[in-house]
Design a protein around this ligand. Structure first.
Ligand code: AMP
Length: 403
C-alpha cells in the first residue's frame, strides 16, 4: 500500500510518498515560498538525487498538481498511475478539542476543522487549502487527517486547564492542547521497542528539541502533561519563542509600549524575536549559539544556559509527576544532533538516576541509540523523529479500519 503524506504550511507543501510494505520512503520533497517570485520545488526519490527548480506557483492547488505530476514522471519511475496511492495523510497542527484521533475526511470533518480556524488561524487555513487541493486533484482517493494535538487527549483536566475564569474555557476553548504530538508519539513507541517493553509498562519523558521545543510526560502510554500549551509558545526557551514568562509582562508591554497594543505585534515579539535570538541578539539557530558561546560571547552563553535550564526544569518536574521514569528521550534537530545540549541537560540530574556516558553521547551517529551509562537507572535515548512515517502509519490504520 502506498501512502502520500502532505504537510501544508501557509506558503509551503511538504510531502513524502511511502510504500508501507517495508515502510520504504519512495519520494519526498517540498514546494516552498508559494505565491512569491522566489517559489521553488525540491524533490528527491529513492532512485534519484535531490533536484531543485525555481517554479511559478501561486497557490496550494498548483503545488499539489506539481507534486503529482512529478510523482508520475516516467523518467523518475515512482508511480505509473495515480490510483496506486491508497490514501493521503494530512498533517494537521491543531485539532482543538474536536479531534481526539486521526479521522477520514468527510464533509462533517471539514466543518469541524473549520471550527479550529479561530484557535490556529495560520496553520488551519493552510491545512484546509491543502485538503481541498488534494480532493480536487485526487477525487477518488481517501484522505486522512492526523492531528498533532490528538496524542494529548489523555491529559487530565487539572493539567490542561489554566486557572483563568472558567468561562474562557467554555466560550473560547482556552486550555492546554500540546503540540509535536506525532513526534512524541513516534519516539515513545520507538523507545518502548528499544527498551523491549510495552509502552503500557513505561514512564517516559520525551524531549522534542528543535526550533520549536516541547517536553512531554507519558505514563504507561498516556500523556499526562506537556510543556506547550494553548499555542506552541508556552514551555521551554526556543529558537525565537520566549516560552514561559510571567503573563503580567504582557500587560506591562501593552501599557508601556504603544507598538505592542495589538495581539499580532505581541505575538510577533514573543514568537519571532525572543528565545535564543532575542537573548543572544545573534540567531535563533542553536549551531550559531553554540559556536558563539564557545568563542566566549556572553549573551550566547546566557542563551545556551537559559535553554538548558528550562529543559532541566521540565524534565525534573515531570520526573516527580510520574513518580520516576524509565526512559528519557532526545529528538528533533537539537535533541538528535547536539551532544553539548544533551550533556548540559543531563548534568547534575544523577539524583534522578540520569547518567549519560560521555563517549556514547559524543558518538557521531544519526541512528537511534542509548547514551546512558550501563548503571543509569533511567535509560537515556537519542531517537531520530519520523513524523511523516507516523502520519503514513496512522493513515493506513484509519483506511484499513474502514474496510
Ligand atoms: P528542527 O526544528 O527539528 O529542524 O531543529 C532545528 C534546530 O536544530 C536548529 O536550532 C538547529 O541549529 C539545531 N541543530 C541542528 N543540527 C545541530 C547540531 N549539530 N548542533 C546543534 N544544534 C543543531
Amino acid at each position: 500500500m502506498k501512502v502520500l503524506v502532505v504537510n501544508c504550511g501557509s506558503s509551503s507543501v511538504k510531502y513524502a510518498l511511502f510504500e508501507m510494505d517495508g515502510e520504504k520512503k519512495l519520494a519526498w520533497g517540498i514546494v516552498e515560498c508559494i505565491g512569491l517570485p522566489s517559489a521553488y520545488y525540491k524533490m528527491q526519490t529513492m532512485n534519484t538525487e535531490e533536484k531543485k527548480e525555481v517554479v511559478e506557483i501561486t497557490n496550494h492547488t498548483e503545488a499539489v498538481d506539481l507534486i503529482i505530476k512529478e510523482l508520475l514522471d516516467k523518467n523518475v519511475g515512482i508511480i505509473a498511475d495515480i490510483n496506486e496511492i491508497a490514501v493521503v495523510g494530512h498533517r494537521i497542527v491543531h485539532g482543538g478539542d474536536k479531534f481526539s484521533r486521526s479521522v477520514l475526511v468527510t464533509e462533517n470533518v471539514k466543518k469541524d476543522l473549520e471550527g479550529c480556524f479561530s484557535i490556529a488561524p495560520l496553520h488551519t487555513h493552510a491545512h484546509y487549502a491543502g485538503i481541498l487541493a488534494v480532493e480536487r486533484k485526487l477525487p477518488n482517493i481517501p484522505s486522512v487527517l492526523v492531528f498533532d494535538t490528538a496524542f494529548y487527549q489523555t491529559m487530565p483536566d487539572y493539567a490542561y486547564m489554566y486557572a483563568l475564569p472558567y468561562e474562557f474555557y467554555e466560550k473560547d476553548h482556552i486550555r492546554k492542547y500540546g503540540f509535536h504530538g506525532t513526534s512524541h508519539n513516534y519516539v515513545a513507541q520507538r523507545s518502548a521497542a528499544m527498551l523491549e517493553k510495552s509502552l503500557m509498562e513505561l514512564n517516559l519523558v520525551t524531549s522534542h528539541l528543535g526550533n520549536g521545543s516541547s517536553i512531554t510526560a507519558i505514563e504507561k502510554g498516556k500523556v499526562i502533561d506537556t510543556s506547550m500549551g494553548f499555542t506552541p509558545l508556552q514551555g521551554v526557551v526556543m529558537g525565537t519563542r520566549c516560552g514561559d514568562i510571567d503573563p503580567a509582562i504582557i500587560a506591562y508591554l501593552l501599557d508601556e509600549y504603544p507598538q505592542y497594543r495589538n495581539g499580532a505585534a505581541l505575538n510577533d515579539l514573543m514568537n519571532k524575536k525572543s528565545g535564543l535570538a532575542g537573548i543572544s541578539g545573534l540567531s535563533g539557530d542553536m549551531r550559531t549559539i553554540i559556536k558563539s558561546a564557545n568563542e566566549g560571547v556572553k549573551k550566547a552563553i546566557l542563551a545556551f544556559e537559559m535553554l538548558v535550564y528550562s529543559i532541566k526544569k521540565y524534565i525534573s518536574a515531570y520526573y516527580g509527576i510520574l513518580n520516576g521514569i524509565d526512559g528519557l528521550v532526545f529528538t528533533a534537530g537539537i535533541g538528535e544532533n547536539s551532544a553539548p545540549v544533551r550533556e548540559a541537560v543531563c548534568k547534575n540530574l544523577n539524583i534522578l538516576g540520569i547518567e549519560i556516558d560521555e563517549k556514547k553521547n559524543n558518538e557521531d551517529s544519526n541512528k537511534e541509540r542509548f547514551i546512558s551509562t550501563d548503571n543509569s537507572k533511567v535509560k537515556v535515548m537519542v531517537i531520530p523523529t519520523n513524523e511523516e512515517l507516523m502520519i503514513a502509519r496512522e493513515s493506513k490504520m484509519v483506511l484499513t479500519s474502514m474496510s
